[in-house]
Every structure is written in structure tokens, then in C-alpha cells.
Design a protein around this ligand. Structure first.
Ligand code: URP
Ligand code: ZN
Ligand code: ZN
Length: 458
């Protein structure tokens, strides 16, 4: 390689590439990967980082975050600035967030609001999925223009009717048909609203307001029923569908059954459904773990791990939607009022590495596929992102696999003052995060500076 022209050289790490793991040097020039070489290099670059004994991974792409969104009577605690610092410190160099469509707003208006919130604030690159929650039929005509601008992922909810966000049967069919016909991808939050509303009412009427009744009000059957309904329509339309945050064995099996019928359905799950379970709702401050869908039983997590292991899962996103303990505690008396969502953007790689790779469930390459490669392909950003290959953006991580410790909120960088993973074992530690050749995290510390996150379109 023309070493003298390099801006950065990551020397002698175990580099995880699409062709496998091998000791190599990764050279960076003008924000792109300029070379991946096995042999000794002259190491004449403006900066050399020694990665001896460490792993070099492609920067993570988190397909599912919610920075600063309104939920119940408050807003999620991270904005794009704090949330993107947390992302970088957890090994994520691209976040894909969602618009918030206020009642009466067009999709274009909601997108402009979201772009305004992110531009100049995000330290990592970002893309935006377009939520469709209000008057979907009136908004269909906007979809071709949005896809043409490179915003080709949309999202619908089968629940949150009370909040005015649910898209019902025939509206859902028209939305899915339009998005797919334009070459876009519809993402789906799948919980059957009728089931959830009925059970929530029942528990509240009985005075059952403890955190565990959040889980009882939103059972696995609510997820599987919504998946069944949506995938039936997707099958009839021959449309692609992406089911977000699959949390339960029932939801997983409904998704896999649809695949067996030939429906092209992508499956996302999240670390919280893999490494936590509903016992958290019985513990001290159980209300802080309230998220939607809820944490499930240990058997559900085992089924999801099996699906991760056998390659059925396409992506692991975090659904990062943090609240502080004060925001959560204010409503501790009733599961219905607690703002739903968990911080997690900083824990995704550590949890997948510790409980996936270290526990022998998945290989390093599999982990990278779930955190990066497949996500880039599904959302059409794989020309720039998703793997360590010459010509791609130099989004790189250096991960030391040796340290062993415990997860602690004291080490987190977002605005939430607690982590749902507190006290869990963590194997390995992030040393460096590089975004397009720029070092965002050095020796585990965020490097303060101007945010340089770029908007990604497909
Ligand atoms: O409870 C959660 N996960 N809040 C964020 C919004 C959603 O449904 O993904
Ligand atoms: Zn959701
Ligand atoms: Zn979400």
C-alpha cells in the first residue's frame, strides 16, 4: 500500500472482514478504507493505532433508536447529541432513527423536523425512517417523493391506538402496498391493539398496576397475532416487511411461519429480549424496565437466541428510548403511566459479544452480520457501510476481547442515569471508535469535538 499517503493505520489487529477473521493492517485515507493488507506495512501514516491482540470490527449500525421523542407526558432523555455520544462509546457509528408525525403533519414536515433535530447534533452518521401514524391514506401520495429522495423505510404501528398512532387493517394494506410498489420497506411494530387494550383495562379495573401487569397486558399472543395479520397481508401483496423488536417465541414463530409460506419478512430483535427477562418486573424498581413490547420469560429469550444462532434473525437493534429514573419513578404507582422505553444504544455490541460470541452461540462474523452487514444491506446503505472493505467508509472499532467486568451505569454516556443491564457480566471493552477516519473514541474515552454525523439516504 502507499503507506505514506495514509491518514490512519490500524496496525496488526484481528480484522473481521466478510471473508473471515485475519491479522491485517487497515489503512484509511480521506475517510475511506484505502487498504486491508496482511503483510508487514511500513506504517508511515499520519497516525498509527496499534491493535495487537485486539479485534478490528466494522462500525455498528443500529437500525432502531428514538432520540428525544414524545412518550406519554415526557420525552425520551437522549437527544441526537447525547445519544450519538453513547452510540459511539458503544461501538455504533450509524444510527437509524424515526420521524415523529404530529397530528395533521405531512410526512415531509415530520421528516424536516427530524432532520432539524439531528443535523449538526449527531456525532455518528444517521438515517431516518419515516413513521406513518396520522391519516395514512392522505399521506400515501407523499411516499414516491420520499423514496426518490432516498428515504425508503417507513414504519407502522398495530398498537398505540389511544395515542392516535395505530394503522388499522385496510389502511395498513394500502400503506404496505404503496411503500412496496415504490421499492420501499415497511417496518412494523407488531402488537395486536385489541388484545392489549382489553387486557390493560382488565388489570387496571382489578387494581393490578404493578410492573408485571405491563407484561401481562401485552402477552406474546398479542405479538404473534399482529405478526400473523400483517404477514398475511404482506403475502397477499407479495410485499416485503420488516418486523421490529420481536420479543417472544410466539412472535418469532409467527414470523418464521410466514417465511415458510414465502413471505419476505425481515426479523429484528433487541439485546433486552436476549439477555433480560420479566423477572425484572418483580424486583426493586421493576417499573424502570417497562418497555414495549415487554420483557418476556427466559424461555422466550432462549428461543430468540436459537433464532440468532441458526441465522433466522436479520438484525439486532436496540430500540434505544431512554428515560431517567426520575422520569420513570414519577409514575411508579401505575404501569400504564410509566414512559415506555429503555436505554441500550451503548450496550449492543458488548451484550452480543459477551452473551453471543463468548458464550459460543455465534461466531464473530455472525455478530458482525447482525450488528452491521445485514442492516446495511436491508436499508440500502451497503455501498458505504457495513463491512471492512476497500472503498467503504472507514467506520472502524477496536475491541479488546480480554477484560472482564460488570455493566454499570457509571460507565455509560447517555442521559439515562441507570442501565437495564446493571450488574450483568461483560467480556471485552471498546477501545477505539473511528467514524470515516475520525477518532470518536480513544482508549475508551469519547473525544469531545464538533458533531460530524452525516445524513445517510439510500
Ligand atoms: O417502549 C418502547 N420501546 N418505546 C419506544 C417506541 C417503540 O414502540 O418502539
Ligand atoms: Zn416499537
Ligand atoms: Zn422503537
Amino acid at each position: 500500500m502507499d503507506d505514506w499517503k495514509l491518514d490512519l493505520l490500524i496496525h496488526s489487529g484481528e480484522v473481521v472482514t466478510p471473508d473471515g477473521v485475519r491479522r491485517a493492517d487497515v489503512g484509511v485515507r480521506n475517510g475511506r478504507i484505502a487498504a486491508v493488507t496482511d503483510g508487514p506495512s511500513r506504517r508511515a501514516a499520519r497516525e498509527v493505532i496499534d491493535a495487537g491482540g485486539k479485534l478490528v470490527l466494522p462500525g455498528g449500525i443500529d437500525p432502531h433508536t428514538h432520540m428525544g421523542i414524545p412518550i406519554k407526558d415526557t420525552h425520551s432523555a437522549d437527544d441526537f447529541e447525547s445519544g450519538s455520544i453513547a452510540a459511539a462509546c458503544g461501538g455504533t457509528t450509524t444510527i437509524l432513527d424515526f420521524t415523529v408525525q404530529a397530528p395533521g403533519q405531512t410526512l415531509e414536515e415530520s421528516l424536516e423536523d427530524r432532520l432539524e433535530a439531528a443535523r449538526g447534533k449527531s456525532h455518528v452518521d444517521f438515517g431516518i425512517h419515516v413513521n406513518v401514524t396520522d391519516q395514512p391514506d392522505r399521506r400515501l401520495r407523499e411516499i414516491p417523493g420520499l423514496v426518490a429522495r432516498g428515504f425508503n423505510s417507513f414504519k407502522a404501528f398495530t398498537t398505540y391506538k389511544e395515542q392516535g398512532m395505530m394503522i388499522g387493517g385496510e389502511q395498513f394494506r394500502r400503506l404496505l402496498g404503496t411503500v412496496d410498489a415504490e421499492g420501499g420497506l415497511l417496518m412494523l411494530h407488531a402488537e395486536d391493539d385489541e388484545t392489549v387494550s382489553r387486557l390493560t383495562r382488565r388489570h387496571v379495573e382489578r387494581g393490578e398496576q404493578a410492573p408485571i401487569f405491563h407484561a401481562r397486558s401485552r402477552p406474546p399472543e398479542a405479538e404473534s397475532l399482529a405478526v400473523e395479520n400483517a404477514t398475511r397481508i404482506a403475502g397477499e401483496l407479495e410485499a416485503r416487511l420488516y418486523v421490529v423488536h420481536v420479543s417472544s417465541r410466539a412472535g418469532l414463530e409467527a414470523t418464521l411461519r410466514a417465511r415458510e409460506r414465502g413471505v419476505r419478512v425481515y426479523l429484528e430483535t433487541c439485546p433486552q429480549y436476549l439477555v433480560l427477562d420479566e423477572e425484572k418486573y418483580h424486583g426493586a424498581n421493576g417499573h424502570r424496565w417497562i418497555t414495549t413490547p415487554p420483557l418476556r420469560r427466559a424461555e422466550d429469550a432462549a428461543a430468540l437466541w436459537e433464532a440468532v444462532r441458526d441465522g433466522s434473525v436479520d438484525a439486532v437493534g436496540t430500540d434505544h428510548c431512554p428515560f431517567t429514573s426520575a422520569q420513570k419513578d414519577r409514575h411508579r404507582h401505575s404501569f400504564c403511566s410509566v414512559p415506555n422505553g429503555l436505554p441500550g444504544v451503548e450496550n449492543r455490541l458488548a451484550m452480543l459479544y459477551t452473551y453471543g460470541v463468548e458464550r459460543g452461540r455465534i461466531s464473530l462474523e455472525e455478530m458482525v452480520r447482525l450488528l452491521t452487514g445485514d442492516v446495511a444491506r436491508i436499508f440500502g446503505i451497503d455501498d458505504r457501510k457495513g463491512s471492512i472493505e476497500v472503498g467503504k467508509d472507514a467506520d472502524l472499532l477496536i475491541w479488546d476481547p480480554r477484560p472482564a467486568g460488570l455493566v454499570s451505569a457509571d460507565h455509560m454516556h447517555g442521559n439515562a442515569d441507570f442501565t437495564p443491564y446493571e450488574g450483568l457480566e461483560q467480556k471485552g471493552r471498546l477501545c477505539h471508535t473511528v467514524l470515516r477516519g475520525r477518532v470518536l473514541v480513544r482508549d475508551g474515552e469519547f473525544v469531545p469535538g464538533q458533531p460530524h454525523g452525516d445524513l445517510l439516504t439510500s
